[in-house]
Write a protein that binds this ligand. Structure first.
Ligand code: NCD
Length: 304
């Protein structure tokens, strides 16, 4: 059975279909309330989460299914030294589909190689986060009306920010996309993404350290949290964590139809004074996550 480890495993057509189904779920939720009756989702979260885990669980419950799992590896046999492969084999006997988050890059891939049930990568270390990208794509579809002709500013921790990596993979397949990569020098986008995604596809991109210089050009501003848990030392984190703080003042130079996105959680990088700006989409974006995860669970379970 099919898993979702990397967003590129979904074709552009499949993404369109998932977005279409998610939009239909928003309009007609009752139609979907028994689609996964009798099915069980296991959420195996070896790393903290609020939105991703709860929206997966809420998605399965809204489809009429059930949920098991753990939200802290200390509560699982991982704390006794069990491998991801073994945990997956065991859980496969209890569930129909797995959503896994893990601090180690590649762990959900290893899981998918050790089971016959679908495994969804719910975030693996500083690598990928494909279902956040589906959430982001549904947001862009609803707020911008499509995926082409967009200048996208990605701001903050582009090195460890896995949501940014998956979003670049997804958006780089559309027409006339320009990326503006805004980060401190220490947190620039990894070279492998530049090479494999941006340069291989001949995409237009600019790297800068200044948000103010570029904010007026953007159709989408995607803010991110500096990923303190992936830093090697505390001093660097403290020095870099407040590199960018979006304020109403900075937004004066932005387009009227800009959309401001953030995968959340926010720390300091968006001032709460921005929340009432009509361009702020991050709370809506978090809500959309449930609907697109419902669409994804149905697709991977091959539910009609
Ligand atoms: C993101 C993550 O876990 O990568 N959160 C999320 O899933 N919405 C972003 C983050 O933690 O900063």
């Amino acid at each position: 059975m099919r898993s979702l480890i990397d967003i590129r495993e979904l074709s552009v057509e499949e993404i369109d279909e998932l977005v279409k189904v998610a939009n239909d779920i928003i309009d007609n939720p009752a139609k979907y309330s028994e689609k996964c009756k009798g099915k069980i989702l296991a959420t195996l979260f070896f790393e903290p989460s609020t939105r991703t885990r709860l929206s997966f669980e809420s998605a399965m419950l809204n489809l009429g299914g059930n949920v098991i799992g753990f939200s802290d590896s200390q509560n699982s046999s991982a704390s006794k030294g069990e491998s991801v492969a073994d945990t997956t084999k065991i859980v496969s006997g209890y569930a129909d589909i797995i959503a896994m988050r893990h601090p180690k890059e590649g762990a959900p891939l290893v899981a998918s190689m050790n089971t016959d049930i679908p495994v969804i990568n719910a975030g693996d270390g500083g690598h990928n986060h494909p279902t956040q990208t589906l959430t982001d794509l549904l947001t862009i579809n609803r707020e911008k009306g499509g995926f082409n002709n967009l200048t996208i500013g990605l701001c903050g921790d582009l090195k460890f920010g896995r949501t940014v990596h998956s979003l670049i993979s997804a958006m780089s397949r559309y027409d006339n996309i320009k990326f503006i990569l805004i980060s401190p020098d220490e947190l620039k986008i990894p070279d492998y993404i530049k090479k494999n995604e941006l340069e291989a596809k001949n995409l237009e991109y600019v790297e800068t350290t200044s948000l103010e210089d570029v904010i007026g050009e953007l159709d989408i501003l995607y803010m991110t949290r500096v990923q303190g848990e992936r830093f090697f030392n505390e001093q660097d984190y403290i020095r870099l964590r407040d590199s960018y703080i979006l304020t109403p003042k900075k937004l004066e130079a932005a387009k009227e139809d800009l959309i401001i996105m953030h995968p959340l959680p926010r720390v300091n990088e968006i001032s709460v004074a921005v929340d009432n700006d009509p361009r702020a989409c991050y709370f809506k974006q978090a809500r959309y996550g449930k609907f697109v995860r419902m669409a994804l669970i149905m697709k991977l379970l091959e539910v009609e």
